[in-house]
Ligand binder design. Structure first.
Ligand code: MCF
Ligand code: FE
Length: 402
């Protein structure tokens, strides 16, 4: 049992309470929160961790959506518009995957140093699983399934189950199997249904890319737009395989993170919410792929969480960089209000979306927290943390320093 105290504790709870000159008593979980004196009185045998005077404790950050596999990318892919990007991914994929090990290791280090304690890795091929297993961070390993040809469904499903089994074999508290249905334009509903049956049976969390681009909107609504040419290259007379609302319905009963949603309609967002799902916002990725800004001010804050997406559509996997960029991108929202909202998206809301008992400094939650050093008034703490933090001083996961 340990006690740690700080000038400020940003609880990131629903009310966004900030405690001044308080301390936390913890083992694997948070046992108690009070003034240092009362905790020392109450838990006499606990070891005391002394921090510098200007320390701030907050929950470990949660990056709910990234693709480690494409970590080798710097300048290989085309940015600015979705279809040219997608075509460049298909063209450069093998090259990017070939020598990615060192890049993935570096990416995992960045996550750790920046204060991420949990992340969601979307995995198309599964090669990065051993590196995730070695990392001290909690990984939700989203085994991805995709493919639109009905005649390939059986083969693709077998391959998916094989990759999922490999993940299940390594499962422990820090490597959690999860499922990713790539998107409504790329995944046949039978394939999606089969994978989602497994998710429901084992209670796996699910992630999907949804309504990311105008091209996706036009294709799913009317079989028109840029995806028409894209699919006709593979198969003349292609038609969309999912309708947006039916696609969302497939996920009912599964805890699902719908990523991007930049082109989603109000009715679709309402349906996601009514199914207890959440929306993952990837601000930089959306900007780089030219898919429009997610109007976060129009969406219920509690269903929003934050991801960086991969280095295939970002220049950094550091969630502080992402929050800084999001502050600039959503330039009509009050700076301090947006700062608080982003910090909640990156902590408590990420945890809720992943069904994880963490993401806030509250009794009974896992002792996953980080320590930053910052001189700031309490009023501007949220915005100053985002503006000034690149790396954190310390990270604790399940009460252990890493
Ligand atoms: O989230 C971004 C943009 N939207 C869709 N897919 C991806 C993103 N970053 C990487 N991807 C991957 C996806 O997992 O790119 C491939 C899939 O493996 C595109 S489908 C050929
Ligand atoms: Fe993605």
């Amino acid at each position: 049992m340990k006690i740690i105290s700080a000038k400020y504790i940003l609880t990131c709870n629903e009310e966004f309470e900030i405690l001044e000159n308080h301390a936390i008593c913890f083992d694997e979980k948070i046992i108690d929160i009070d003034t240092l004196n009362s905790l020392k009185q109450k838990y006499k045998e606990a070891e005391f961790i002394e921090l510098p005077k200007n320390s701030v404790i907050l929950p470990g950050l949660i990056n709910t959506h990234l693709h480690l596999e494409f970590s080798a990318n710097k300048t290989s892919l085309n940015y600015g518009s979705f279809l040219p990007w997608l075509n460049s991914v298909i063209e450069k994929r093998d090259e990017l995957l070939k020598n990615s090990t060192e890049h993935i290791k570096r990416a995992l280090k960045t996550l750790q140093k920046s204060g991420v304690t949990t992340f969601g890795a979307i995995s198309s091929f599964g090669e990065e699983i051993e590196l995730c297993k070695k990392s001290p961070l909690r990984t939700y390993f989203f085994v991805e399934i995709l493919g639109s040809r009905p005649d390939a469904v059986d083969l693709l499903f077998e391959d998916f189950k094989h990759r999922l089994r490999a993940c299940e074999d390594l499962e422990d508290e820090r490597l959690i199997p999860a499922i990713s249905i790539h998107s409504p334009y790329s995944t046949h509903p039978i394939l999606a249904k089969n994978a989602l049956d497994i998710a429901r049976k084992f209670g796996y969390v699910v992630s999907t890319h949804f309504m990311e681009s105008k091209a996706e909107r036009e294709w799913l609504d009317s079989g028109s737009g840029e995806f028409c040419e894209f699919f006709n290259n593979f198969n003349p007379n292609s038609k969309p395989i999912n309708s947006p609302l039916d696609f969302i319905e497939l996920f009912s009963g599964c805890k699902t993170l719908f990523t991007h949603c930049t082109q989603a309609k109000k009715s679709e967002i309402e349906k996601i919410k009514s199914q207890n799902g959440s929306i993952t916002h990837c601000a930089v990725s959306n900007r780089l792929l030219g898919v429009g800004r997610l109007k976060i001010e129009e969406i219920d804050e509690s269903i929003l969480n934050l991801g960086t997406d991969g280095l295939s559509s970002n220049i950094s996997l550091n969630l502080w960089d992402e929050m800084r960029m999001a502050l600039m991108l959503h330039n009509d929202i009050d700076l301090n209000e947006l700062s608080k909202k982003l910090l909640k998206m990156a902590t408590i809301n990420g945890a809720k979306a992943l069904n994880l008992e963490a993401g806030e400094i509250s009794k009974g939650k896992f002792a996953d927290f980080i320590v930053c050093e910052l001189d700031s008034s309490v009023e501007n703490l949220a915005q100053n943390l985002i503006l000034q933090t690149k790396f954190v001083k310390e990270s604790y996961i399940k009460g252990e320093r890493c």
